[in-house]
Design a protein around this ligand. Sequence first.
Ligand code: SAM
Length: 431
Amino acid sequence: VVNKKDGVLMQDIVEGSANIKTAGQVFYNPVQEFNRDLSILVLQVFSKYFIVEKQLSKKIQEVVSYNKIESPPDFPPKGTSSENGITILEALSATGLRSIRYAKEIQGIKKIVANDLSQRAVEDIKRNVENNKIGNIVIPNNDDAIMFMYKHRQGQKFDAIDLDPYGCPSIFLDSAVQAITDGGLLLVTATDMAVLAGNSPETCYAKYGSISLRIKCCHEMAIRILLQCIEAHANRYSRYIVPLLSISADFYIRVFVRVYSGAQKCKFSTSKLSNVYHCTGCDSFVLQPLGILRNQENFKNIKFCLPAAPATSQKCEHCGGTQHMGGPLWSAPLHSIDFVQRLQENLTNELGTFRRIGGILQLITEELSDVPLYYTLEKLSGTIHVETPPMLSVRSAILNAGYRVSYTHMNKTSIKTDAPANVVWDIMRSW
Ligand code: SAM
């Protein structure tokens, strides 16, 4: 609804339980409702986890001190900012819509700082916070997000930090990974899909420290580049990430990761990263881990990740085509299936886009997120000039050959499998 106030055209927006007004010069994108709805669900479940974990760690701490046993170094989480309820920073808030919805729709929130660099945006935030009567929870703030997060790297950190910038989020990561509590949640959007999807590999390296490739599974590659970038920033401060959920939707990607402290665990990071060799002839790909765990059975004994062996051939073994090297990419799982199942349990029709969320979460529970990247059926058949076979038949053939296979939520014709490329080609050729 658009109306006039003091000679200025004001836009009235209703989304979820928030009613907001903006003069139209401040960013608002209705398409991002799905992003905001999903973030509400994730924060709702996360806050339950987090509060219980804090209570548990307090109990254990009491027992530990009662028994006069020295507590382990990382436990309980340091810098925890609240006893009953989580604290959130929306670092790039625009109209304040997201923060207002978080405050009204999520239980267990102690405080939200809704920050924006633009004075005009902060005027909108103030008016909208007042009109929605949530001044007791949402604090408008006018600062450069980077400076604000640096100010919070010591002392009062945030339990969750939401980064929803225009384009690339990488300039905010160094400060964000420091301003978050141990075990806290980082929610990151990236909309510069052209850079992440291989149109400009040099720019991708400059921004994300990783070379993107023009490859059919570019959406998953984009997510894995962003995750490796967050991990790299976290590692500099002896921290590491655990992804809870990673989504590709519309024109953007969105990842939800927990950030933990632990210098010892950072030694495993190279084993969670890989370079990828992609054939420009047949679109096959091979992953080359940066490091391998020395002893997978006995995790406790691992002290180092050994450097992985170098790639043996520059030519593709399937078609003799030229290979391009991309990466490094995050090659560990994209989601925590336990967490995704909790999201499903907590999903209700109060969220406007609940059907879409439900559909995507269901696909994600079936997705082989521990198997990086995927093929697409039409590209496989196009490469060897055969008529596209039914998806079901190809999937059955892969299963019968003893391998796992799934779709991904990112592409309707995706084939994600742990079968080696030669098995996939044999199946396609036998059609
Ligand atoms: N999160 C909002 C939502 O869901 O509606 C949209 C945010 S909009 C994409 C990005 C916002 O970031 C803009 O309002 C812009 O003024 C703000 N911004 C850009 N650079 C910033 C910085 N360094 N610090 C704080 N805010 C910044």
